[in-house]
Design a protein around this ligand. Structure first.
Ligand code: SAM
Length: 225
């Protein structure tokens, strides 16, 4: 099945509201466990970048794990970033607030002042029309010892499979969220396509790529020898 792109930014207030209210506990806690399992032992990043942070569900999980790090939460949608600020505002103490940077910016134009120890991104790549712009932003944001963790959806084989996944995993969600999830599945990249991206950018020497559920892949730094 060919890829059907969806708009990059999530800017419609109703869409943002339903995404913010959605119950991602099961999928997100699973992906965070995979992330934790793959982190090198005793790895404590001082600086963390969350690309396409959205309303901050993953961001808040990263913050809980590394409360002493400096964070950059980046999203091109003002509505999404506002939600993220609100969520983080309830977690971050007054004296830590200057360690958190919220950037309303497109990944395509993002040039960090300095590289990050951890670059994280969940569910952003499938929004990006030219995926190499996403990988370019990742490459600009790392140093030799950075840890990278990227996760996203896998495009199913057919519209029927996409429908089945939507019914299986978003049955209880609002109609807007169900439609969003369905569109995201159609816009997602296949594992083979992500593999090819890594080869072209030569990130394949640095990163492992694996499917972890019937609808998700993860990509993360290889252990250093
Ligand atoms: C599906 S949400 C994922 C949010 C969050 N990472 C999560 O796991 O819940 C994708 C987010 O990426 C943002 N986004 C899409 N294209 C972008 C771009 N080119 N630059 C920056 N942010 C972008 C959207 O606005 C949206 O907030």
């Amino acid at each position: 099945m060919v890829r059907i792109p969806e708009p990059e930014l999530m800017e419609d207030p109703t869409q943002v509201e339903s995404y913010d209210q959605a119950d991602f506990e099961s999928a997100h806690s699973f992906l965070i466990r995979k992330f934790q399992d793959r982190l090198p032992q005793r790895f404590v990043p001082e600086s963390i970048l969350d690309l396409g942070c959205g309303p901050g569900d993953m961001s808040s999980r990263l913050y809980s794990q590394f409360p002493n790090a400096n964070f950059t939460f980046l999203d091109g949608s003002e509505f999404m970033l506002d939600r993220c600020k609100k969520r983080m505002g309830t977690l971050v103490s007054e004296k830590r607030k200057d360690k958190i940077d919220f950037k309303k910016e497109l990944v395509q134009g993002f040039v960090p002042e300095s590289p990050y120890d951890l670059v994280f991104s969940n569910s952003l790549l499938h929004h990006i029309h030219d995926p190499f712009e996403f990988w370019g932003a990742v490459q600009r944001s790392i140093h030799n010892d950075s840890f990278i963790f990227i996760s996203d959806l896998i495009r199913p084989d057919s519209l029927t499979s996409a429908n089945q996944l939507m019914e299986r995993y978003a049955k209880e969600e609002s109609e807007i969220l169900k439609k969003d999830f369905y569109n995201s599945l159609l816009a997602a990249y296949r594992i083979e396509e992500v593999k090819e991206m890594l080869e072209i950018t030569r990130l394949d020497s640095k990163l492992n790529l694996e499917p972890v559920t019937d609808r998700h892949w993860i990509c993360y730094s290889k252990p250093r020898l």
